[in-house]
Design a binder for this molecule. Structure first.
Ligand SMILES: [Zn+2]
Length: 456
């Protein structure tokens, strides 16, 4: 086994130029999923993957059409039933290249400069897909696969409302696995391999407070009619207490508390308070008492007012008593909170606190569950050792404040944990102009994956 591992590592080092060439090939296909004029490019990217998966040695490869962009699937289960099965995720679509004028090179002509390769999709995430292919190739060209492998690569990650969720639910047997490998997250720095083990969920609302049937003269009606903008701000200001906690009844009931050991782990992250205040350009941070900024931004649930509208907001003055006020409010949730329950809690808050001088309506706009993986699972353990072998340091454990729906959908449908890793860096400009991938990190990522597959 060590012999095979060493042979695979050597193979990947000897073939670094071929691996880079493959990445350049897929990057050159402008598979922008939101652009209807790029439909053919999307198809071509899917076909490129199909061929690659065959060449790699997958024994079954299939393109599954969806009402929009196809899902590409490939598997090799020759290792046998007594060996673990990894489901490896990827997406072959990319964000639009706008604003095109701000690119220093053509976004779909991969261009090397120093240690970086510049192109749309290099870091998010064609580079990561090719890294997985390259690791599997190195292993298969030097011996047998030590585990079973399934690839699930979609073309709709960068558009809202992907058809992948339905596909996962309908194909539970096809996708059955022991764990989900999601390389669509990144590292904190070039020498800081990172495992993201928890993602927050979201519950998003629109609240409308209705007063008079139309805007009124504030001189005639002020003091007589309850101003809906005033009601709205009263209601919103009651959503946090003076310790920065959310006041919705039951909001924290299902929150898994942070243990001392996890807090120690999180305190290794290089994001101190000053990092956040410098990034945001604020004089001082704010938030729930008793928790560090890193903990508040990932391990604790939060509530934000995302937008607020009422009355006259044009230039100059208009003495109006507005007919209504509207607010967009969202909560970020952590395990084991439930977005539907948070909706009920918000509704109860309004029933209890809204005055009878107005009417109100609360609409649910979105809801996604949080997800959390066991940091001590054998799968994560295998990656910790793999990352240590490749980079020489123990990886960081990180929670992320945002949501990654596919991880939640997999957890719910297949009941397996995710290993969220990846080799993108914070400086990669993903979604922006001059996206790039750091090539030494890409090559080390391939080595880490090779170690990982053997560690399993
Ligand atoms: Zn991505």
């Amino acid at each position: 086994m060590t012999e095979h591992l060493n042979a695979a590592l050597k193979y990947s080092q000897d073939h670094s130029q071929e691996n880079l060439g493959k990445m350049k090939e897929i990057i050159a296909i402008p598979s922008v999923s939101t652009d209807p004029e790029r439909k053919e490019d999307i198809q071509n990217a899917a076909k490129w993957l199909e061929k690659e998966l065959y060449d790699l040695g997958m024994t079954r490869v299939e393109i599954f059409p969806t009402p929009r962009h196809p899902i590409v699937y490939g598997e090799n289960l020759k290792a046998g039933e007594d060996k673990p099965t990894a489901l490896i995720y990827g997406h072959y679509d990319v964000q639009p290249e706008d604003p095109i004028g701000e690119w220093n090179t053509d976004p779909f002509t991969p261009t090397e400069a120093g240690e970086n390769l510049f192109a749309r999709g290099s870091s998010d995430m064609k580079g990561q897909v090719v890294a997985c292919f390259s690791a599997v190739e190195a292993i298969m060209q030097t011996g047998d696969l030590p585990i079973n492998i399934k690839f699930l690569i979609e073309g709709e990650e960068e558009i809202g409302g992907s058809y992948l969720e339905g596909f996962i639910k309908e194909n539970k047997d096809l996708l059955a696995c022991d764990f989900f490998l999601n390389p669509d997250t990144g590292m904190l720095g070039p020498d800081l391999p990172t495992i993201t083990y928890a993602l927050r969920g979201i519950a998003y609302f629109e609240l409308r407070v209705q007063g008079p049937k139309q805007d009124l003269h504030s001189g005639t009606y002020g003091g007589v009619i309850h101003n809906p903008a005033q009601v709205m701000t009263d209601l919103l200001s009651g959503l946090h207490d003076d310790q920065g906690r959310v006041t919705l009844k039951g909001f924290y009931d299902k929150v898994i508390p942070l243990e001392a050991e996890e807090r120690d782990e999180l305190s290794r992250l290089p994001m101190v308070d000053k990092f956040y205040s410098d990034q945001a350009g604020v004089p001082k941070l704010w938030g729930e008492e008793g928790y560090t900024a890193v903990e508040r931004a990932g391990a604790r649930p939060t509530l934000e007012i995302n937008g607020l509208y009422s009355g006259f907001i044009g230039e100059g003055q208009k003495t109006v008593l507005p007919a209504y006020a509207m607010a967009k409010v969202s909560t970020r949730l952590v395990a084991d909170q439930d977005p539907a329950e948070v909706y009920e809690q918000f509704k109860s808050y309004l029933v209890e606190n809204a005055p009878d001088t107005v009417t109100w309506q609360l609409d649910k706009l979105a809801g996604d569950f949080p997800s959390q993986s066991d940091r001590k699972s054998k799968w994560i353990e295998a990656y910790v050792n793999a990352a240590e072998a490749a980079w020489g340091v123990r990886p960081m454990f990180k929670r992320t404040g945002g949501s990654v729906p596919v991880v939640v959908h997999i957890q719910q449908a297949l009941g397996v944990d995710s290993i969220n890793i990846g080799f993108g860096l914070p400086s990669d400009n993903i979604h922006g102009p001059n996206e790039k991938i750091h090539l030494p990190t890409f090559y080390k990522g391939i080595e880490a994956l090779i170690h990982f597959f053997f560690n399993l």
